[in-house]
Write a protein that binds this ligand. Structure first.
Ligand SMILES: Nc1nc2c(ncn2[C@@H]2O[C@H](COP(=O)(O)OP(=O)(O)OP(=O)(O)O)[C@@H](O)[C@H]2O)c(=O)[nH]1
Ligand SMILES: [Mg+2]
Length: 423
């Protein structure tokens, strides 16, 4: 009886010992595997980092790659000397946002993105405009987000509100009709004020009078890539006056008679238009797009192509010029900003296409950007890596070379297509 019990006990001990050995072995092998694995990760990430050593730009433009942060307080992340150099190299320019108090969160998102991707090094001033006074919360939060100075302007009501000479009955009827038709912002009065202001008055605001260039920013946009240069500097050095990233077709329902007015303008002021050097062909070319039939039909000679003006880097001196003011005032006198819903995008674009030389317009190929519902993203993988882009060029929203984009028409009729280089 005792012997049997002892046998069972020693058997149990044996099993237990084997179990302990197995447990010990699996713990050891697991940690060995984990160690191997993490060693492998380290090797791989080292390879990845150094694979791109040759093409990352450790130069005066982009400085050293930074950690992904939006903080300005940690000295470790900021090379003070470098910042001073960037600051000293600034152009006479401002970042510009027309915005409502209630859009604060979207404004901060856009600011954070642009600061992170570009402005934290240059610290350009931010100028905010509004048709009503900015509230304290807005001023406080945007000032805290900006790396540069901030300034806030109140738009005079005569430069924002509907002028007296607009016929109330015609206006109200048109609003109702466009609304019923489902035209985007067709029933909005304030949207029309905004479009007219952006077409003809933003550049006359007192706060902007001392600047040469502006960079238009809207709430809720995103910049996908580190800027590989200061776009303002590029504008000045290359004598550019208008810069864009996305170009597309306008909704014809918003501008049924805009082109008629433009034709009248061209007849009245032929001396202002040089068809040999301007980009008239860009806005009138209706040929095939590559091998494809255009997907947008137009009822006039205007092919509806325009630069998407929510992103715009331009020379204020062009907009303040007599020829642009004449152009705006001629269009304005037709009442189409109110009787129809003329947008600032086609108005700027047609003005730029008619009155500027085509080599004064620049397509910023390298700047990834998103404004609902479209984006642009550099198509070169090397460039996306070098500029730390967070975007996928293959998604549907990326409009660059899709049929609803006018970029190919710009390559064909504007200043051509230049292939990007990486060093
Ligand atoms: N202060 C002020 N700013 C406005 C008003 N309406 C529009 N804006 C600003 O003008 C710019 C264009 O207006 P959006 O509403 O963005 O127009 P959109 O880009 O055509 O359309 P979505 O962005 O798709 O809504 C943005 O920066 C707005 O913040 C307004 O009534 N007052
Ligand atoms: Mg917008």
């Amino acid at each position: 009886m005792h012997k049997g019990l002892a046998l069972v006990e020693s058997l149990a001990l044996c099993f237990f010992a084997v179990y302990l050995l197995q447990l010990g072995w699996s713990v050891l092998s697991c940690s060995w595997q984990a160690k191997q694995q993490s060693g492998e990760y380290i090797r791989r990430s080292y390879d990845v980092v150094h694979k791109f050593d040759g093409m990352r730009r450790f130069d005066d433009f982009s400085g050293f790659p930074k950690l992904s942060t939006n903080t300005y307080v940690d000295n470790v992340l900021v090379n003070i000397d470098n910042d001073q150099n960037f600051k000293n190299a600034r152009e006479n320019a401002t970042l510009l946002m027309l915005v409502r108090n209630r859009e604060l969160e979207g404004a901060l998102k856009s600011m954070r993105s642009l600061e992170d991707r570009f402005n934290r090094q240059y610290q350009y001033d931010w100028t905010f405009l509004n048709d009503v006074p900015f509230d304290n919360d807005f001023i406080e939060a945007t000032t805290a987000m900006a790396s540069g100075k901030t300034q806030y302007g109140l738009i005079p009501s005569e430069e924002w509100d509907r002028p007296d000479w607009i016929n109330e009955t015609v206006f109200e009827t048109s609003l109702q009709l466009m609304n019923e038709k489902g035209v985007i912002y067709g029933g909005s009065k304030s949207y029309r004020n905004m479009c007219r202001f952006n077409s003809g008055y933003f550049f006359r605001q007192e706060l902007l009078l001392n600047y040469d260039y502006y960079f238009r920013v809207e709430p809720d946009v995103e910049y996908f890539c580190d800027f590989p240069y200061d776009p303002f500097k590029v504008m000045r050095e290359q004598r550019k006056k208008y810069g864009f990233v996305i170009s597309m077709y306008e909704y014809e329902d918003t501008i049924p008679t805009l082109w008629d007015a433009v034709e009248e303008f061209m007849e009245e002021y032929p001396e202002l238009i040089d068809f040999d050097t301007n980009s008239f062909d860009f806005i009138t070319d209706s040929g095939l797009v590559g091998k494809n039939t255009p997907i947008i039909d137009s009822n006039s000679r205007y092919n509806l192509c325009h630069f998407w003006s929510n992103f715009e880097i331009a020379d204020l001196r062009f907009f303040r010029s007599e020829r642009y003011i004449k152009f705006f005032e001629f269009l304005d006198s037709k009442g189409g900003f109110y009787y129809e819903r003329w947008g600032d995008a086609p108005v700027h674009s047609i003005g730029v296409a008619l009155l500027m030389r085509r080599d004064e317009i620049i397509h910023f190929d390298e700047l990834g950007y998103y404004h609902i519902p479209f984006s642009t993203c550099p198509s070169s993988n090397l460039m996306r890596i070098a500029q730390r882009c967070v975007c996928d060029p293959d998604i549907d929203e990326n409009i660059d070379v899709r049929l609803n984009s006018c970029l190919m028409r710009w390559w064909k009729n504007g200043s051509g297509k230049f292939f990007m280089k990486h060093t």
